[in-house]
Design a protein around this ligand. Structure first.
Ligand code: ATP
Ligand code: MG
Length: 429
């Protein structure tokens, strides 16, 4: 076994061949949230452990077994953020952003969960999240769903995702439902698997989420949350559905959608796809009116979602939805031969970049034969090689050698060469 140091399991390097696709996606996301006037918030990737334990819920998978928690040198327990809503609430309270005002916020960045790595599931992964604070009505729930639906349209993938929708009701309604559910599960104890037995006391709603086929029949007969909703939550949900109907956004009601984190109330939703195998949830969100108060603030209603960017990227790649233009590449490769040619090439390179800001240019560095330089030019993917030899330097000229089509090689005055590049390569005559 080699003892080379390698990346941590489940944490991926993003290599230069892949980064243009990520930049494309990130650009699409930033442009979208700006159109809805959501504003970015950046928080540290490390927080006090108590923040997540108190917000996500002690009995959730995330807090029970997925957090990267460690003591710092001072003996304080810290955790790499497994999600970012708790941190956004923490920061918003700390800086007074929630006092008598509404906020539309977004964040993007890495999250950390100690899970079994597999396709679409990693230990460091990335999310973009939207959070809207200070608004109770179903209109804002609808807005964030409309925003997500627009993203799928913008990326060309609407037909591959489905919206699943549910309402968890008020905390009181949820507590009543919980009682009914526990009674039902207790009557069917013999069918419950080990995980579910454990959750029976800690988090019975999560049992509904089980994918164990042996429990499917029993779960199908379980009492439904919808039958226990309080009137206000029912009305809220009806209004939300009516807006989605009016906007032409299709959805599937899923009474067993409860989401993994404790802090949700009323609206919950997920966008799922069948194109990725079992890691099919691309986006998950809902309303969390109780969270700010739970973290020690004055009650502020809130609603939001998070999108898993690795899953979204897998989907875009699988469906071949990343446009070729987004994959970047260089337009021109400048090579130089002869005495002092390297410096002349660098200077000419700067002049070209001054005059043609849209030009993507690589200047050859490191010398070498003409043959090896032209081979590098070809491998760079550039459309044209720019050749600066002794003759060209002496007469202020430049040779243009098209590499991708049959255009003629020609030697021009440098001004004429720049005009040619402007017209033929960067398209801004
Ligand atoms: P799952 O049921 O797949 O574990 P979750 O309910 O734990 O998802 P959330 O906490 O709601 O996920 O996070 C929102 C989104 O972040 C998910 O829908 C998914 O796209 C993505 N996500 C969550 N965990 C991971 C992970 N370990 N690796 C990659 N993406 C993830
Ligand atoms: Mg999970």
């Amino acid at each position: 076994m080699s003892n080379k140091i390698q990346a941590i399991r489940g944490m991926n390097d993003l290599l230069p061949d892949q980064s243009p696709a990520w930049q494309y996606l990130e650009h699409q996301l930033r442009a979208l949230v700006a159109r809805y006037d959501y504003r970015e918030i950046r928080t540290p990737i490390v927080e006090q452990t108590g923040l997540f334990a108190r917000s996500i819920g002690e009995a959730t998978d995330v807090v029970e077994k997925e957090m990267y928690t460690f003591d710092d040198r001072n003996g304080e327990s810290l955790t790499l953020r497994p999600e970012n809503t708790a941190a956004v609430v923490r920061a918003a309270m700390e800086h007074g952003l929630l006092h008598n005002q509404t906020q539309r916020l977004w964040y993007m960045g890495p999250m950390f969960r100690y899970e079994r790595p597999q396709k679409g599931r990693y230990r460091q992964f990335h999310q973009i999240g939207i959070e809207a604070y200070g608004m109770t009505g179903p209109d804002i729930d609808a807005e964030i769903i409309l925003l997500s639906a627009r993203l799928w349209r913008q990326l060309g993938m609407s037909e591959y995702v489905t919206l699943e929708l549910n309402s968890l009701g008020s905390p009181e309604a949820r507590a009543r439902y919980r009682e009914a559910l526990v009674a039902y599960f207790e009557a069917h104890r013999e069918v419950l698997d080990e995980d579910s037995q454990r959750r029976l006391t800690s988090n019975p709603l999560r049992i509904l989420d089980s994918k164990n086929p042996d429990m499917a029949e029993m779960l199908a007969g379980a009492p439904q949350l919808f039958d226990h909703l309080d009137d206000e939550s029912r009305e809220h949900f009806e209004q939300l559905k009516a807006t989605l109907d009016a906007a032409g956004i299709g959805y599937r009601l899923n009474p067993r959608l409860v989401r993994g984190l404790d802090y949700y109330s009323r609206t919950v939703f997920e966008w799922t796809t069948t194109a990725l195998g079992s890691q099919g949830t691309v986006c998950g969100g809902g309303r969390y009116d109780g969270l700010v108060e739970q973290l020690g603030g004055k009650a502020v209603p809130a609603v939001g979602f998070a999108i898993g960017l690795e899953r979204l990227m897998l989907l875009l790649e699988t469906l071949e939805l990343i446009p070729d233009e987004a994959m970047g590449g260089v337009d021109a490769y400048l090579l130089a031969m002869g005495d002092g040619a390297e410096r002349q090439a660098l200077l000419l390179g700067e002049r070209l970049r001054d005059t043609l800001p849209a030009l993507r240019l690589q200047v050859h560095c490191g010398g070498g034969s003409f043959k090896s330089q032209i081979r590098r030019a070809d491998r760079s993917g550039a459309r044209v090689a720019l050749i600066l030899g002794e003759d060209e330097i002496a007469h202020g000229r430049l040779t243009l050698k098209p590499l991708r089509d049959d255009g003629e090689q020609q030697t021009l005055d440098q001004d004429a060469a720049i005009a040619w590049l402007a017209e033929r390569i960067v398209g801004e005559a």
